[in-house]
Design a protein around this ligand. Structure first.
Ligand code: AMP
Length: 252
């Protein structure tokens, strides 16, 4: 995956880019990844979606993954890393990928970092208040056919209970109960700090206030990635784009 063409000249194919979306469950990572994917032509890889596919299988592995996910716990690093790596190796990922939900642990980050294209990787860390998150997650509906995500509060389907794209019956995810959600938020906070610190050290982390309407957020993210990745024929490196640490901490 993610092999970079070096020694680029103006007009060269800039090689694949990697956008990593960090953010707590319910902050809109899935929806935003899909929007970015549509407008930038990058492939959206959601580790949760890959795992849900395995969880539907009638096999020992399917059973183990299903049980782990329904308990709101993390699936083994090894399995997740291999699944994501296999997906990024597919031909459609040549332009680049959006990683949604991966990496989630330091071991996953250690596995991933040596594979990332230098100067062509950006990490977007979406920030949102816990109260809003719980309300959002409990209102979330997903299409089992195409994976489109709705929310009964902020993004309802046109016809109650059915997907706008393919009319499939919408459902709730098995891990979207209130008790599980609270535990997932606590776990997320514990896991994300070392990861965010790691990417901050690499100067590729950008903190984003995600507590804004989804359409506003997607316009912001899209503009950000376009500029940082040199789309629109601009050649701007991520390090020249990333804010200094002091500015990021103060949330400006
Ligand atoms: P998500 O769709 O990202 O909210 O993930 C749903 C569930 O899938 C999580 O609660 C975990 O059980 C599992 N999962 C997703 N991504 C990962 C990952 N990178 N590492 C371990 N487990 C994961």
């Amino acid at each position: 995956m993610l092999q970079v063409k070096r020694g680029r000249n103006a007009g060269d194919n800039p090689g694949p880019v990697v956008v990593i979306l960090l953010g707590p469950p319910g902050c809109g990572k899935g929806t935003q990844s899909r929007e970015l994917s549509r407008s930038l032509g990058l492939i959206h890889i959601s580790s949760g979606d890959l795992l849900r596919k395995v969880a539907r299988e009638d096999s020992d592995l399917g059973h183990t993954v299903r049980t782990t996910m329904n308990a709101g716990e993390l699936v083994s690093d090894n399995l997740v890393c291999q699944m994501v790596l296999a997906r990024t190796a597919q031909a459609d990922c040549q332009r680049g990928v959006i990683l949604d939900g991966f990496p989630r642990t330091m071991d996953q980050a250690r596995f991933l970092c040596p594979l990332l294209p230098p100067r062509q990787t950006i990490v977007l860390d979406l920030k949102m208040s816990p109260t809003v998150l719980v309300e959002r997650i409990l209102g979330r509906l997903t299409c089992p056919a195409c994976g489109e995500i709705y929310n009964i509060h902020s993004r309802p389907p046109r016809r109650t209970g059915t997907c706008d794209r393919d009319s499939a019956l919408l459902g709730r995810r098995g891990d979207d109960s209130e008790a599980t959600v609270r535990q997932r938020l606590i776990d997320y906070e514990r896991q994300i700090h070392p990861l965010a610190d790691h990417f901050r050290e690499l100067n590729i982390l950008q903190e984003i206030n995600a507590d804004v309407p989804p359409a506003v957020l997607s316009a912001q993210l899209c503009a950000l990635v376009r500029t940082a990745m040199g789309f629109n024929d601009k050649k701007v490196s991520v390090s020249s784009f990333a804010q200094p640490r002091e500015t990021q901490r103060s949330g400006q």
